[in-house]
Design a protein around this ligand. Structure first.
Ligand code: CP
Length: 307
């Protein structure tokens, strides 16, 4: 039994295999429609979600399995004070695999210590979001055809943005990667991420506070929203929320072959006028999420087509 708490729990070879499986499911969905017959996924979401929870659920349904769970802590016994450890011990009896989102960093690690079925971290606080990264990798492969030799701009809330942290960890394992870190000074990448995954690996990077400076020469521009729910006071959020907005004018300086990604939800950081630009890949990226999660569920349950 394996848990996926961090994208680095998967080797580069396993990522290649999962991305290939996700692409095959996209091309031949009917072949996979019964792989999870008689298997149950529990989605335990202690924090709001649209894409992650619903794409996990769509993934399990489309693999022929079943789904149960809750979408907010207030509708579970967490509201009465039940611990994560007790919840997971109990739900392990009802499901073959659990996808869990929690506002506290490390909650999925606690869950994994008490689970008798695989735990998938569906986002823990400002820490990690490995299945978003798997989604991002499927998107990059589909859109650009490679993981090596990419210049990746990460823009917005690099401090609290867990999708950014997981994506940097994942991309730091490939060759010819350069990072352009675009954020207000107050929302810079945490030192432990830049030290472990950029500086110690001698990966070239630049830091800037403006999109105008950062956008030239990028293969990928990964936009993120300012994470209001992680701020200690509303004043700071209001001061920082609209510092970095991608507009059509700024896109004029971007390479023709660049793609714009965003884990979504978008608030105000990408102007809607960009949605019709062929380089806007964020809705195509959200579509990839279901296939990435189908591939991961199959792997963790050790199921293959024809089993
Ligand atoms: N990208 C992402 O995690 O979206 P949700 O919060 O809607 O799940």
């Amino acid at each position: 039994m394996r848990h996926i708490l961090n994208i680095l729990d998967l080797s580069v070879e396993e990522i290649d295999e999962l991305v290939a499986t996700a692409m095959d499911i996209m091309a031949r969905p009917d072949v996979y429609s019964n792989v999870c017959h008689n298997k149950t996924l529990a989605t335990l979401f202690f924090e709001p979600s649209t894409r992650t929870r619903l794409s996990f659920e769509a993934a399990m349904w489309e693999l022929g399995g079943r789904v149960l769970g809750f979408s907010e802590a207030s509708s579970s016994s967490a509201a009465k004070g039940e611990s994560v450890a007790d919840t997971i011990t109990v739900v392990s009896n009802y499901a073959n695999i659990i996808a869990m989102r929690h506002p506290k960093e490390g909650a999925p690690l606690v869950a994994s210590a008490h689970a008798t079925v695989p735990i998938i971290n569906a986002g823990d606080g400002g820490h990690n979001h490995p299945t978003q990264t798997l989604t991002d990798l499927v998107t990059i492969k589909k859109e650009l055809g490679r993981f090596n030799n990419l210049t990746i701009g990460l823009c917005g809330d690099l401090k609290f943005g867990r999708t950014v942290h997981s994506l940097i960890a994942a991309m730091s394992r490939y060759n010819g990667i350069k990072f352009v870190l675009i954020s207000p000074k107050e929302l810079k990448l945490p030192a432990y991420i830049s030290k472990d995954y950029i500086i110690n690996k001698n990966i070239p990077f630049v830091e800037t506070t403006t999109l105008e400076e950062g956008i030239e020469g990028l293969d990928v521009l990964y936009m993120t929203r300012v994470q209001r729910e992680r701020f200690f006071n509303e004043e700071d959020y209001l001061r920082l929320k609209d510092r970095l907005i991608l507009t059509q004018k700024k896109m004029e300086s971007a390479p023709k072959g660049m793609i714009v990604m965003h884990p979504l939800p978008r608030v105000n950081e990408i102007s809607t006028e960009i949605d019709s630009d062929p380089r806007a890949a964020y809705f195509r990226q959200a579509a990839c999420g279901k296939f990435a999660r189908m591939a991961l569920i199959m792997k963790l349950l050790d199921l293959k087509v024809g089993d």
